[in-house]
Design a protein around this ligand. Structure first.
Ligand code: NAP
Length: 224
């Protein structure tokens, strides 16, 4: 049985990942900040575990609980949009720092901490939810905190993919498309089911050739 750990599993894309992997027969470890309030996860019958990715003690506590548990696929999905105002004139630098901390540094800490679990898994796959908005070549400006956090995440995970290649651990950097979730908003063209169906196919075909590359949910390459 495939064991999949998902962060930010209580809503949005994380919840859809949880639904689809569970329906596929995987053993899903669905992580969220407040398990007692995760009403959407309760009916699914998955293991729900507490994890605030921004809190190193929370990451360490989960790692302690899951010591010696092999993880086949880790879906690093939790993320934030950042502050309301994100243009050059009004964006609060401290809010930029907080967005970087959650979207770029926390996934790195998570990757480092759970590497032993991935190493003992069959698939050895880390799937990271990034965004096309982290592409510098594609940027029209604005959204400074979010864009910077995803660009930083891209660089970190590209380097992690290179470093881990010799140990056979694969790292996928995936843009889910613009999706109707709390973050994506109601005008987004894609539903979570379509996006996650595509993302799961990309994770399934993740290989040494695609590890460290920046792809969207359809498999199309995105320019850095
Ligand atoms: N939707 C889109 O169009 C889109 C496009 C490109 C990339 N993405 C990326 O895809 C991922 C999922 O996005 P989404 O649309 O599903 O967002 P969402 O609907 O806003 O959900 C975000 C999830 O992340 C969790 N989270 C936030 N901070 C956390 C923390 N410190 N510790 C643990 N969990 C935390 C939230 O938990 P709480 O309920 O506790 O807040 C929630 O489960 C994100 O990385 C996002 O940047 C989304």
């Amino acid at each position: 049985m495939t064991t999949v750990l998902i962060t930010g599993a209580n809503r949005g894309l994380g919840l859809e990942f949880t639904r689809q992997y569970q329906a596929d027969g995987a053993d899903v470890i669905a992580c969220c900040r407040h398990p007692a309030e995760a009403d959407s996860l309760k009916p699914l019958g998955v293991r729900v575990m507490e994890l605030d990715v921004g809190d190193p003690a929370s990451i360490a506590a989960l790692a302690g609980t899951l010591k010696d548990v092999a993880i086949d696929i880790l879906v690093s999905n939790a993320g934030i949009w950042g502050p309301q105002a994100q243009d050059a004139a009004t964006c609060d630098p401290d809010a930029v720092m907080e967005t970087l901390r959650i979207n770029a540094v926390a996934p790195f800490r998570l990757a480092q901490t759970f590497k032993p679990n991935l190493k003992t898994g069959h698939d050895k796959k880390l799937a990271v939810l990034t965004s096309k908005m982290g592409s510098i070549s594609d940027s029209s400006g604005g959204e400074i905190a979010y864009r910077a956090s995803k660009a930083a995440l891209n660089m970190i995970m590209h380097a992690v993919a290179k470093d881990w290649a010799r140990e056979g651990i694969l790292v996928g950097l995936f843009h889910p498309g613009w999706v109707r979730t709390d973050m994506g908003g109601p005008s987004a063209p894609l539903d979570a089911k379509t996006s996650v169906t595509g993302l799961r196919a990309r994770i399934a075909e993740l290989s040494p050739q695609t590890s460290g590359r920046f792809l969207d949910y359809t498999g199309m390459e995105i320019r850095w």
